[in-house]
Design a protein around this ligand. Structure first.
Ligand code: IPE
Ligand code: IPE
Ligand code: MG
Length: 235
């Protein structure tokens, strides 16, 4: 499917929300929603690659999501591992590069290793970059960046935005142009707090497992109509 004509966001972030509600509405367990949500993520990555996006950040698990039942957390982590394995061929064929955002030290070793392996294997590819945000929190990222800056010997009392920016998880990736949230909540839930300062936001009422390529296309169409001023004035 063709992308929206004209202005295409280079970097899109997605808060993939609504898996639990989707399952509950069917009288199923929350885990069934996460399984369905994984299938949606696969379709959306494919669609994003086809539409010519350069970066797609997928919010898969927040630093706060550990508050959930152990069974649900375990299931999500297992799905991520399964996803990375099952999609590797697709990533190779489509020259998609996988990257990571978050605190890897808080992940189980097998998951962290699987992520490192996939990032390494796909690191040479020049197509769409998919950034997996797992055990990610915007506040946590800023704090970790500050710690790294301090360890690197920077004078924190004189720190500039540009300097701190270099210590974020993926300093070379441009800020998101568009942040999408499914399932209708009007909140950011600790996603890309620093990077999203001037992102455009798009909230869809549709639950994540119901999302299709058409929903992504509608989000891009909405983005195309936005006027971004970054605090300045209209031309
Ligand atoms: C998003 O769906 C997935 C994660 C946060 C891991 P939810 O599990 O939050 O779904 P709802 O919000 O309960 O419907
Ligand atoms: C945000 O969704 C995190 C992810 C989608 C991974 P949540 O469902 O955790 O957010 P809240 O709790 O509704 O704010
Ligand atoms: Mg939720």
């Amino acid at each position: 499917m063709a992308a929206a004509e004209g202005k295409i966001p280079s970097h899109v972030g997605i808060i993939m929300d609504g898996n639990g509600r989707w399952a509950e509405a069917r009288g199923e367990r929350r885990t069934a929603g996460h399984l369905a949500g994984l299938e949606t993520a696969k379709h959306i990555v494919k669609a994003a690659a086809g539409m010519g996006l350069q970066y797609l950040t997928l919010y898969a698990f927040s630093t706060e999501n550990w508050k959930r039942a152990g069974e649900e957390v375990h299931f999500i982590m297992g799905l991520v591992k399964q996803y990375l394995r099952s999609e590797l061929d697709f990533y190779r064929e489509n020259r998609i590069r996988l990257r990571y955002a978050g605190d890897k030290s808080g992940l189980a070793r097998d998951i962290a290793e699987e992520i490192a392996l996939t990032c390494e294997e796909t690191g040479v590819y020049g197509g769409l970059q998919v950034i997996l945000a797992l055990n990610y929190g915007g506040r946590d990222e800023i704090v970790r960046a500050l710690r790294r800056a301090a360890l690197a010997g920077l004078d924190l009392a004189a720190l500039t935005e540009a300097e701190l920016g270099k210590f974020l998880d993926n300093p070379d990736i441009p800020d998101p142009d568009l942040i999408i949230r499914s399932a209708g909540e009007f909140r950011i839930s600790n996603f890309l707090l620093w990077e999203g300062a001037y992102a455009e936001y798009y909230i869809s009422p549709r639950l994540w497992p119901d999302w299709t390529e058409e929903d992504l296309r509608l989000a891009l169409e909405s983005y195309e109509k936005r006027e971004r001023k970054f605090g300045g004035l209209r031309e």
